[in-house]
Design a protein around this ligand. Structure first.
Ligand SMILES: [Zn+2]
Length: 221
């Protein structure tokens, strides 16, 4: 059972489609570990759906839109071919493995573009911009000590396998560390196996396409 969770604001943002795709992938993966957050997201989705219904004309209710989309022959089939997720699926829940595959075209962890980050530690940048890495996977051997580092922005880390510890706590499989920009830390990997982690540097929420995402989520289940 996960001990550390995304904030309720983030879960609400996820439920309403207001988070970016990397945060969405991270939270979707956390939800596979965490019944408590799944319940909270369901509640927020219900609220978002009710708001959408109230703000829309009666003929454009969620149920109405869903019915139209379901009836449309041009709609993509709801069961699309899943990518061939190889060893990625051994370390990452399906929503995250699919995201990594979409970003890299790699189905196996070995195929990712790993670079040296410290003794016993490698990282693969999945998404970056002129300011640096926004999204990356970390692979750290048991006992590895990270370089002491700060953060340019808030950062979310989802532990996929193994565990690490810093001055704020011990983070194990399924846990999400929400590190504020001002945190300076030096995580140490515990001895229970290789630690894979998915790390997202937070950017401001992107509210575009909220309505489309809510509808997509409501009809997608
Ligand atoms: Zn949770």
């Amino acid at each position: 059972m996960a001990q550390y969770h995304p904030s309720e604001d983030l879960l609400a943002g996820y439920a309403s489609g207001a988070v970016d795709e990397q945060t969405e992938a991270l939270i979707a993966a956390h939800l596979t570990f965490c019944p408590a957050c799944r319940r909270m997201v369901t509640e927020h989705e219900a609220i978002a759906g009710a708001l959408l219904e109230r703000e829309s004309a009666p003929s454009a209710s969620v149920a109405g839109v869903a019915a139209i989309l379901n009836a449309s022959p041009s709609r993509a089939p709801s069961t699309f071919n899943e990518p061939p997720l190889g060893t990625l699926s051994k370390i990452a829940p399906q929503p995250l493995a699919r995201y990594v595959y979409e970003k890299t075209g790699e189905a196996d962890t070995e195929g990712l573009n790993w670079t040296f980050y410290g003794p016993g530690i490698k990282r693969a940048i999945l998404v970056g911009d002129e300011k640096g890495a926004l999204v990356r996977l970390i692979k750290a051997e048991p006992g590895a000590v990270f370089p002491d580092h700060g953060h340019g922005s808030d950062e979310l880390t989802l532990v996929l396998t193994g565990a690490y510890r810093d001055q704020t706590g011990r983070y194990a499989t399924g846990d999400v560390q929400c590190a504020p920009a001002e945190l300076s830390h030096q995580p140490i990997v515990e001895d229970d196996g290789v630690c894979f982690a998915f790390v997202v540097s937070e950017k401001p929420a992107n509210p575009k396409n909220i309505t489309a995402k809510i509808v997509q989520r409501l009809i997608g289940r």
